[in-house]
Every structure is written in structure tokens, then in C-alpha cells.
Design a protein around this ligand. Structure first.
Ligand SMILES: CCCCCCCCCCCCCC(=O)SCCNC(=O)CCNC(=O)[C@H](O)C(C)(C)COP(=O)(O)OP(=O)(O)OC[C@H]1O[C@@H](n2cnc3c(N)ncnc32)[C@H](O)[C@@H]1OP(=O)(O)O
Ligand SMILES: Cc1cc2nc3c(=O)[nH]c(=O)nc-3n(C[C@H](O)[C@H](O)[C@H](O)COP(=O)(O)OP(=O)(O)OC[C@H]3O[C@@H](n4cnc5c(N)ncnc54)[C@H](O)[C@@H]3O)c2cc1C
Length: 677
């Protein structure tokens, strides 16, 4: 151990980590600024973290794992109130911070210090408020938004039912307009129509956005959104006509009180229909306002966009833990009479971990780019231009699918990289994994969303065939008609072009397959179904080509004025990313490009050399994510590397250690061992 001063405090730091930090050849702060989107953002983030975390209010006295489900929930509610109060009273009003909004990634970061799992208010922040902002008329906005922002009401987003989550058009809850009383009657006609899953619904919220089939004058107009009060504002008792409760234990999100909701002819005022995109007049006349009917799905698009950023951060947390631990951990003896190496020195360990660092960068840059695209499409929609929406839907769908899926897979690899100790709850890797694993399913399942992107790609292909212009993210499709394969080019640009060729080749193969089935007498829907495995693969290939291109171009742009070593290390990571995926996808490259076996050999050599080049900077690179210990919440990943001390300290908190002999010994084990049971 070595003593070091950090933020005015004296702390002991593991010697190996001290050596690693001394080896780092680039300016860590500079990389932090790039990842934060500029030095100003870093300063602001740190200020917010200081305000929210320095007083220790985020910490639990007893680790959450030792609480009963009820206590865990109650503790999460208590801390949610502290967390929300800080955001509301101390942060949102600070000069320069007003524009951040609830869902700023900075606030999301702090939440991880407060909640090992999630806050029961997650859907209030993440879905209820954004739906109000996106689906209300100005008058409705003036009524509901201040109440929601001030937490006078807390809400959630209630869409999924027992019978349907994916197929929104198949939802069964009805909202039938009654012109006599100028009310909607909400009803759950079947067991499968019971609302299921919404976060915070079980016990926390008193309002919600409900997605239901709208009936007026005997006609069904499809799904629409309604603001529904479900609990009394004073007593919190469920209102008449409402049955509501918690759905029980889950793989994660256990402090999120996901709930069920059943309506028995529950009446709400006509004004509670969210009327920005469609209206029901007092006499029951239905008026469509929006030019695109899928604008009702706007909150889902928003959350899909936000989730890409969420993935970048969660992977950054996991790889910070795994890299620091791998620098501290020593194991085996490859050479006799030599000290045990740090496990980070094993090439296989570098193979597991450096791709995770690179992926966190790739997802961060892609998420920033996607968010900009999202805000520009929102501006278009405000100007009544809706032609950019399909591309945003296609992009946000595939990026949400691939980023959540890759992130979950890489977090699991981070756990593998930490051996047995990675399996300890106190490593925090299991919590991070269970949180991220759900993101692959919610807000649109992986396969379903990739098929949405595939639908867009197939249409785009038809445009390209007709020599019509297409948007920038699919402009590469036009090269698919080039007859000759270009010679293999292993430069970064060459690899990106090769993967665009792969994506175009896969889309082309899908088109051929659909047409083949149609020629053999199948209708389009059946031909589509018979091609779906390939369509998912094509959408994945397209998505990866978008990520490679974005990551590469953003790295060049963002490091244009960086110091030489920062520029180098960021470019090395980007190259590593491209080499990694080239080796992962040699089959595709052999099929669609002129890659040879010799080229694969070269790629492998370059990849392994790149691991060695990055090795001395590995700890510096995870330090550059600049994630405070309170947020990491990990015995293995803390900045000081006191891994074994922390593991032991945490173990001693187990209630089983409170007494030398547990009563079950005398009650069960002893009689059993003595043959008396
Ligand atoms: C937020 C801050 C923190 C973040 C983390 C915390 C998060 C908070 C916690 C969250 C916890 C979790 C919370 C939760 O989980 S909330 C529940 C989330 N649920 C889902 O995401 C359900 C997924 N299902 C769907 O989205 C739809 O039903 C799909 C898309 C599958 C089909 O739908 P449908 O059957 O109706 O449509 P269609 O297939 O006939 O296609 C018809 C046309 O519509 C176009 N289309 C479809 N969709 C969109 C769209 N969105 N924008 C623009 N266009 C769209 C489509 O391309 C097609 O176009 P075209 O080909 O005809 O031209
Ligand atoms: C932790 C968590 C929190 C959630 N929070 C909320 C919330 O706050 N509010 C809310 O409304 N909902 C919420 N949900 C629900 C979530 O949005 C749905 O579970 C999700 O959209 C998937 O829908 P599903 O459960 O109907 O899956 P299904 O659609 O039944 O999927 C089952 C399988 O069928 C496949 N499949 C389905 N349709 C197709 C198709 N057309 N083609 C090919 N394959 C298909 C899927 O790929 C999947 O493998 C939450 C879920 C979880 C896990």
C-alpha cells in the first residue's frame, strides 16, 4: 500500500495501481473532458456530484442485500425523496443547470450512488414526464407539467399488458368516450388486458399515463394515451374502479415496484386524453391532428435514444471495476521462480477487457450523435416535417437493440474477468448486469426492434434500385450494385467500407430471399416471415456499420485539437474496436469482400499488437471515465484498489456473522446429524 492525498484526504492506494497510474502516458483529464463533451461539462458534473454525494446521504448503513423485499422498497422510497429533493431544490435551479432536465446523464450517474437497483421514481423521470412533454397540448402541458416536475404528483407509463407488450396495436384496455358526462370510461375486459410491468405502479405512483384503445361513437381509433389518477392524493388509497398492486420479485429492478393495474369502468374527464396528436371533441367527434400516427409512440423513441447513453455508462462502470481489479489481482506462475503476474498481463484478459473500454467509447460517441439526430428530428416535427421520422425510428430501434445486447454481453465478460470475486454481490457486477439485461427486453425487444429497422432497410433498398436518393446513414447501399469486389483494405476506413459492403450484401440477400418466396407463390407477409432470421442479421450488420462509422469519425473530430498522446490512445482504441469486430465477423467478410486467409492472419497480428500497445494505459483509460467510488459501489473497483480489505469488511456485514452459532444448528442440523430427525 502507498499513501496518497486525494481531494484533501489521505488514502492508501494499492501499489500495483500506483505503478499502473505512473505508466499512463496520456493526460487523463483531457480524455475525461472528451467523454463528458467538453471541460465545462466535466466541471459541472463534478459540481453536481459534490452537491449530491459529499454529505454521504446516498450511502446505506445496512447493505441493501440484507433487507427484506419490503424494507428494500421502503429504503428506496426514502432515498428517492432525498435524491429528488436534491435535484429539485439544489440542482435544477442552479445557474446553467436549468436546461439539463431530469434525465440528464449526470443525474442518472448520481442515481447509481443512491440505488443499487433502481429508484421507484425511474419511470416518473424517464417516461411519465417525457410523455407529458411530448403528447400534451399547450393547455394540458401548463396544467400537468409543473405538478409533475414539482413532484406534487408522481406517475409512470402504463402500456404493457399481461397478454401484449410488443404488439401495441393488440392492447385490449379500452377507453370509451361517454358524451353524456364528457368522460372516458377505462376498462380491462379480459385477464390478458390487465396492465402489467409499469415501474413504480405497484405502490409508489398516484397518476399514470395509460395506453388504451380509444372508442368514440362506436368506432375504435386505435391506441391513444390518457392521464389517469389511480390513487387518492391524500390517503394514497386506490380510487374506486382501480385494482393495483406489485407484480412480485424479478431478476433485477426489485426496488422498482413494477405493478399491475385493472380498470373496472373507471371514469376520467375528457381533458385527460393527451390531445397533442389527436382529439375527441365534447360531442365525441374524433379529430386527427398529427400527420404521422406513430407520434403517439414518441416516448418509446425518446427512451430508446437515452438507453444508448445509459449503456455506455453502465459498461464504463463494469470495465472500470474489472480493469482495476485485474491490475491488483495476481494469479498463476507461467515462468518458474518468477512472481505471479497481474492478471491484466495475460493476453486473454486484455482480449476480454480492452474491447469493453473501446465499446464504452463507441457507445458514448454514438449516443451523443444519436441524441443530436433525435433533437433535430424533433425540431422538424415541430415544423410539421415528418419525413425524417422513419430514419430516426430505424436508427433508434437498431441502436437500442445492439447497444443493450452488446453491453449486457460485455458486462458479463467483465464479471468473468473478475473470477470468483466478480460473483460477489459486493463487486456490484451482478447488479449492473441484471439492470442492463432487462434493457434488451424493455422498450422494445431486441429481435422486434431489429425487424423494424429491417423493414426500413428493405424499403430503402427498393429506393436505391430505382436510383432514388436515400438518406445519409444508408447511402452506402448504392455501392452494393458495384459488380467487382474491391481489393481488401485493412485501414480503418477500409474496414468500415468493408462492413458497409457486408450490410448491403445481407440486405440484398434478404431482398432476393423475399422475392424468391414470392415467386414461389407466397404472399409478402409469409415471404417476410420466412426471411426474418436473415433480416435480423442484416439489420444488425447495418447497425454495426453505423456504429463503426460514427465512432471513427467522432474520434477524429473530437481529438482534432487534443494533445498527441490523447489523440493516439483514442485512435488506438478505435482501431482495436474495428480489428476486434473484423476478427469476430470473418465469415461475413469472406462472403461479401475480398478478404483472404492471409488478411485474417494480419488482422490477428495487428489486433494482438494493439492489445500490447494499450496495456500500459489500461488503468489510465478507466480512470478517465472518472466514476466516483460511491457510484461504482464495488469492493473490486474502488479507486484505491484495496480489494481484499473491502471484501473482508463487506463480508463481516453479513447478518450471519452476528452470532457465533446460528439457531438453525440446534433446531435442525444437530438433530439431523445425530439421527434424531
Ligand atoms: C430516460 C432516461 C433514462 C433512461 C433509462 C431509464 C428508462 C426508464 C425505464 C423504462 C422501463 C421500461 C419501459 C417500457 O418498457 S414501456 C413499454 C415499451 N414497449 C415497447 O417498446 C413495445 C415495442 N413495440 C413497438 O414499438 C411496436 O408495436 C412495433 C414497432 C413493434 C410495431 O408497431 P405497430 O404494429 O404499430 O407498427 P407496424 O409494425 O405495423 O408498423 C407500422 C409503421 O409504423 C412505423 N413505426 C413503428 N413504430 C414507430 C415509431 N416509434 N416511430 C415511428 N414510426 C414507427 C413502422 O416503421 C411502420 O412504418 P412503415 O413501414 O409502414 O412505413
Ligand atoms: C424491467 C422491466 C420494466 C418494464 N417497465 C415497463 C413500464 O414501465 N411500462 C410498460 O408499459 N412496460 C414495461 N415493461 C414491459 C416491456 O416493455 C415488455 O416486456 C417488452 O416490450 C417486451 O414485450 P413482451 O413482454 O410482450 O414480449 P413478447 O413480445 O411476448 O416477446 C416474447 C418473445 O417473442 C418474440 N417476438 C414477439 N413478437 C415478435 C415478432 N413480431 N417477430 C418475431 N419475434 C417476436 C420476442 O423477440 C421474444 O423473444 C417492462 C419490462 C421489464 C422487463
Amino acid at each position: 500500500m502507498k499513501i496518497k492525498m486525494l481531494a484533501g484526504k489521505t488514502i492508501e492506494i494499492n501499489v500495483d495501481l500506483v505503478k499502473e497510474r505512473a505508466k499512463c502516458n496520456f493526460n487523463i483529464r483531457e480524455v475525461t473532458h472528451i467523454l463528458d463533451g467538453g471541460e465545462k461539462n466535466t466541471i459541472q458534473r463534478k459540481k453536481i456530484e459534490d452537491i449530491s454525494l459529499n454529505d454521504g446521504q446516498s450511502r446505506d448503513v445496512i447493505p441493501e442485500e440484507y433487507l427484506s423485499p419490503k424494507e428494500r422498497y421502503e429504503n428506496a422510497v426514502k432515498k428517492s425523496c432525498i435524491y429528488a429533493r436534491i435535484i429539485k431544490t439544489e440542482l435544477m435551479n442552479m445557474t446553467g443547470l436549468e436546461t439539463l432536465g431530469f434525465n440528464s446523464p449526470v443525474f442518472r450517474r448520481i442515481a447509481d450512488a443512491y440505488f443499487k437497483e433502481v429508484t421507484p421514481l425511474l419511470a416518473h423521470f424517464g417516461m411519465f414526464v417525457p410523455t407529458i412533454m411530448g403528447q400534451c397540448t399547450p393547455e394540458q402541458l401548463a396544467h400537468w407539467l409543473p405538478r409533475a416536475l414539482n413532484f406534487e404528483i408522481v406517475g409512470t407509463y402504463v402500456q404493457t399488458e399481461l397478454g401484449h407488450g410488443t404488439f401495441i396495436r393488440g392492447l385490449e384496455t379500452t377507453a370509451t368516450y361517454d358524451p353524456q358526462t364528457e368522460e372516458f370510461v377505462l376498462h380491462s375486459p379480459t385477464l390478458s388486458s390487465y396492465k402489467w410491468w409499469a415501474g413504480g405502479l405497484g405502490k409508489t405512483v398516484n397518476y399514470c399515463v395509460v395506453v388504451a384503445q380509444l372508442y368514440t361513437k362506436g368506432v375504435c381509433h386505435g391506441v391513444h394515451t390518457f392521464i389517469v389518477q389511480i390513487r387518492d392524493e391524500e390517503t394514497h388509497m386506490p380510487l374506486p374502479g382501480i385494482r393495483v398492486g406489485d407484480i412480485g420479485p424479478k431478476m433485477g429492478y426489485n426496488t422498482g415496484d413494477n405493478g399491475f393495474l385493472v380498470f373496472n369502468h373507471h371514469r376520467i374527464p375528457r381533458e385527460n386524453m393527451m390531445m397533442k396528436n389527436a382529439q375527441v371533441l365534447k360531442d365525441g367527434t374524433y379529430v386527427k391532428v398529427a400527420r404521422h400516427e406513430k407520434l403517439t409512440y414518441g416516448t418509446m423513441v425518446y427512451v430508446r435514444v437515452m438507453l444508448v447513453n445509459e449503456m455506455a455508462f453502465n459498461l464504463a462502470k463494469a470495465v472500470t471495476i474489472a480493469v482495476r481489479y485485474s491490475a491488483v489481482r495476481r494469479q498463476s506462475q507461467p515462468k518458474p521462480n518468477q512472481p505471479e503476474p497481474q492478471v491484466l498481463d495475460y493476453l486473454t484478459q486484455q482480449h476480454k477487457l480492452f474491447i469493453c473500454i473501446a465499446t464504452a467509447h463507441a457507445l458514448q460517441f454514438t449516443s451523443d450523435w444519436l441524441y443530436k439526430t433525435f433533437t433535430s428530428v424533433l425540431a422538424d416535427i415541430r415544423d410539421d416535417k415528418i419525413d425524417t421520422l422513419p430514419e430516426l425510428h430505424a436508427l433508434s430501434s437498431c441502436l437500442k437493440a445492439i447497444c443493450t445486447s452488446d453491453c449486457a454481453a460485455f458486462i458479463e465478460i467483465c464479471r468473468f474477468a473478475c473470477g470468483g470475486h466478480g460473483y460477489m454481490a459486493s463487486s456490484n457486477l451482478s447488479m449492473i448486469y441484471s439492470y442492463v439485461s432487462a434493457t434488451r427486453t424493455y422498450e422494445g425487444d431486441y429481435t422486434v426492434l431489429l425487424l423494424q429497422t429491417a423493414r426500413f432497410l428493405v424499403k430503402a433498398w427498393e429506393q436505391v434500385e430505382k436510383r432514388r436518393p436515400v438518406t445519409s446513414t444508408i447511402s452506402y447501399l448504392s455501392h452494393a450494385f458495384d459488380k467487382l469486389k474491391k481489393p481488401w483494405d485493412g485501414s480503418n476506413e477500409g474496414i468500415i467500407r468493408a462492413f458497409q459492403r457486408v450490410a448491403a450484401g445481407k440486405i440484398s440477400a434478404c431482398i432476393n430471399c423475399i422475392r424468391y418466396h414470392q415467386k414461389s407463390g407466397k404472399d409478402f407477409e409469409d415471404a417476410w416471415q420466412l426471411t426474418t432470421i436473415q433480416l435480423v442479421a442484416a439489420a444488425e450488420a447495418h447497425c454495426r456499420a453505423v456504429i463503426y462509422d460514427t465512432y471513427y469519425n467522432e474520434t477524429i473530430r473530437l481529438t482534432a485539437s487534443s494533445s498527441p498522446n490523447v489523440k493516439s490512445v483514442m485512435e488506438q482504441l478505435c482501431t482495436l474496436y474495428l480489428l476486434y469486430w473484423s476478427l469476430e465477423r470473418t465469415g461475413d467478410l469472406l462472403r461479401f469482400t475480398s478478404l483472404s486467409e492471409k488478411d485474417i492472419f494480419d488482422l490477428q497480428q495487428r489486433y494482438e499488437k494493439m492489445l500490447a500497445v494499450i496495456r500500459p494505459n489500461a488503468v489510465g483509460l478507466v480512470d478517465a471515465f472518472d466514476i466516483r467510488d460511491e457510484i461504482l459501489n464495488s469492493t473490486l473497483g474502488a479507486y484505491d484498489g484495496r480489494v481484499y480489505e473491502r471484501l473482508m469488511e463487506e463480508a463481516l456485514k453479513s447478518p450471519l456473522n452476528a452470532e457465533p452459532v446460528n439457531s438453525s444448528f440446534h433446531k435442525h442440523l444437530k438433530p439431523f446429524m445425530q439421527g434424531k430427525l
